[in-house]
Write a protein of this length. Structure first.
Length: 79
């Protein structure tokens, strides 16, 4: 609505907004489900780290989650 108001209005008028939003949500969720484990593995955030230092593991996973969400938003929503 804020980034592409013309497209938003067209979809409202055509009745395609809801199905588009559901599709984007599903794509974003699948992308995050793939991206987070890949990023964690690449950065060495694994079960060993979780067993050794849970707080550091949580911190690292939260950082990865936020970075992945930002990437998906940029990729799917803002472009």
């Amino acid at each position: 609505m804020e980034n592409k108001p013309i497209l938003y209005n067209q979809m409202i008028l055509n009745g395609t907004l809801q199905s588009h939003l559901v599709e984007i949500d599903q794509i974003a969720t699948r992308r995050l489900e793939r991206m987070i484990p890949e990023m964690a593995a690449a950065e060495g955030v694994d079960k060993k780290m979780k067993a050794a230092d849970q707080m550091k593991w949580v911190q690292e996973m939260n950082t990865i989650l936020h970075r992945a969400e930002d990437l998906v938003l940029q990729e799917l929503i803002f472009n």
